[in-house]
Design a protein around this ligand. Structure first.
Ligand code: CAO
Length: 473
């Protein structure tokens, strides 16, 4: 018996790569190629395999350590002869293996190699690569000169080329075994990393009908069979410039794409008569501007009144303040009222959250939402500022428009879009009266909310906005 060092092998140009998972502990029996730890660089996750069979005597790294080639990961007790034979075999395997930073080519079977298994940011997910259906007869668009390719099952990467499932090779292996397209799985770990448990929960959701079965490869009757994303050489048609997308745009884009395809959306449009409310708001703001006491300088925004009115509507219709649980069997009703609002920033869309809006007055909400919007524009929002939302509001009223279809911010079940209020002639039974009308567009998850409930919700919201005294009731 001998104690051998298991070291980080050649991992290409990566140095000081953080350890994000330690997969073994002292006393564990390991077999050659079994993963010992997972590393995470900016662009890839890599698992460091055991170079030989044996029993772990000591683990030399912990989560958060930074390692590079040659770093000792663990001490493994093994029979001397066996270890040297296996070490020699490992060396020759490594020579045959692709360079460490090259993503492994898609295969149906997991790779058995002692080179670190790498899940690079632009690697094709083998799970989806194995599932292309038979070629279709449809012609490719002649103008774009795209090659004739068969339809492919829905793959988030084809919609959002920057969204690549972020998962370790072990998780990818499980996904392949279960026939799950990782692009459809929401990662629960930091930076959206997908865990084995996420894959299992996803399968449970498919079985219970919460997510479409088409997101599992090979599922009967599933898949959107979309055409591949068109590849066009735009420069052929005129001058172009390539502009990198911001990190926020990539992340929010991937979330929006998932929510749009996975949630059956319906948008209910309605109007709120805000004539009196706007008059009150303008008057209070004038008072505040002239005041030398508390309240001076505070601007009451329409958004603040909307948040308060939404809380009243959520109290009356609790199904809107809810989320489906991971099995899809239950609706989780929330007893708190944290309202998110979409904020447009130079880097893209973010959704800060006003917490416990039911316990705050309109002034407090106005101050808090303005501060959050300022923080958003300065790029200073932390995760805590953006988590825990129950319902979102997307207000484009300060810009313009008469209505739009906001996308539900999963796992919430509804979102309110607000457009620009305008003076309109409204018939009062005797004559037309000029009234200030605020357009409301409520998108909702039709699995959870019926059309009639949505109509009641927006009608009630309109009543509250028309007479905020109802909030007191
Ligand atoms: N109708 C008419 N005018 C409106 C209005 C409405 N619904 N809402 C606001 N306004 C007016 C205000 O009266 C104000 O005018 P004055 O300066 O003359 O008083 C002006 O628009 C700016 O309003 P505000 O300071 O209250 O800001 P806001 O509430 O409109 O917006 C915020 C705050 C954070 C929601 C906004 O900055 C923002 O980011 N909006 C974009 C949200 C977005 O991108 N949604 C889309 C998401 S999906 O891509």
């Amino acid at each position: 018996m001998a104690i051998q060092e298991a070291k980080v092998p050649d991992i290409g140009n990566y140095t000081n790569v953080p350890v994000i998972e330690v997969l073994v502990k002292p006393g564990d029996a390991v077999t050659k190629d079994q993963s010992l730890i997972t590393l995470e660089s900016d662009k890839a996750t890599m698992e460091v395999p055991a170079p030989f069979d044996g029993v772990v005597k000591e683990v030399k790294v912990k989560v958060g350590d930074e390692v590079g080639e040659g770093f000792v990961v663990a001490l493994i007790e093994t029979s001397e002869a066996k270890a040297s034979a296996e070490a020699a075999e490992t060396k020759s395997d490594a020579q045959k293996s692709p360079p460490a930073a090259t993503p492994a080519p898609p295969t149906k079977e997991p790779q058995r190699t002692s080179a670190p298994a790498i899940s690079a940011a632009n690697a094709t997910d083998p799970a989806s690569a194995t599932s292309a259906p038979a070629p279709a007869a449809a012609d490719a668009d002649a103008e774009t000169a795209a090659p004739r390719t068969p339809p492919v099952p829905f793959d988030a990467n084809s919609l959002m080329p920057d969204r690549v499932p972020y998962a370790s090779p072990a998780v990818r292996m499980i996904a392949r075994e279960l026939g799950v397209d990782l692009a459809a799985v929401a990662g629960s770990e930091r930076k959206g990393r997908i865990t084995k448990q996420d894959v299992r929960s996803h399968v449970k959701q498919i079985l219970s009908g919460v997510v479409p079965s088409g997101t599992a490869t090979g599922a009967v009757g599933g898949g959107l069979n979309l055409l591949p994303w068109p590849t066009v050489d735009f420069a052929k048609f005129g001058e172009v410039e390539s502009k990198p997308r911001s990190k926020i745009k990539k992340i929010s884009g991937a979330n929006l794409a998932r929510n749009w395809v996975m949630i059956p959306h319906v948008t209910q449009h309605d109007d709120a008569d805000v004539t009196e409310l706007e008059a009150l708001r303008v008057a209070l703001n004038k008072e505040n501007a002239a005041s030398d006491k508390g309240g001076a300088g505070i601007k009451l925004t329409m958004l603040a009144f909307l948040i308060k009115a939404v809380v009243a509507a959520l109290k009356k219709y609790p199904d809107f303040n809810a989320s489906l649980d991971s099995s899809g069997e239950n609706l989780i009703l929330k007893k708190y009222f944290h309202i998110g609002f979409a904020a447009d920033t130079p880097n893209g869309l973010v959704v800060p959250v006003v917490r416990d809006a039911d316990q705050k007055g309109v002034i407090e909400i106005a101050i808090e939402s303005s501060e959050l919007a300022k923080k958003a524009r300065e790029g200073k929002l932390g995760p805590a500022d953006m988590s825990g939302g129950c319902f979102s509001i997307s207000s484009l009223g300060g810009i313009g428009g008469t209505g739009f279809t906001p996308i539900v911010n999963a796992p919430e079940v509804a979102i309110l879009g607000v457009s620009k209020s305008a003076l309109k002639p409204i018939w009062d039974g005797e004559k037309f009266q000029p009234r200030l009308i605020l357009p409301l567009s409520l998108s909702y998850d039709h699995r959870v909310i019926d059309g009639a409930s949505a109509a009641r919700f927006t009608a009630y919201l309109g009543q509250v906005m028309a007479d905020m005294r109802r909030v007191l009731l």
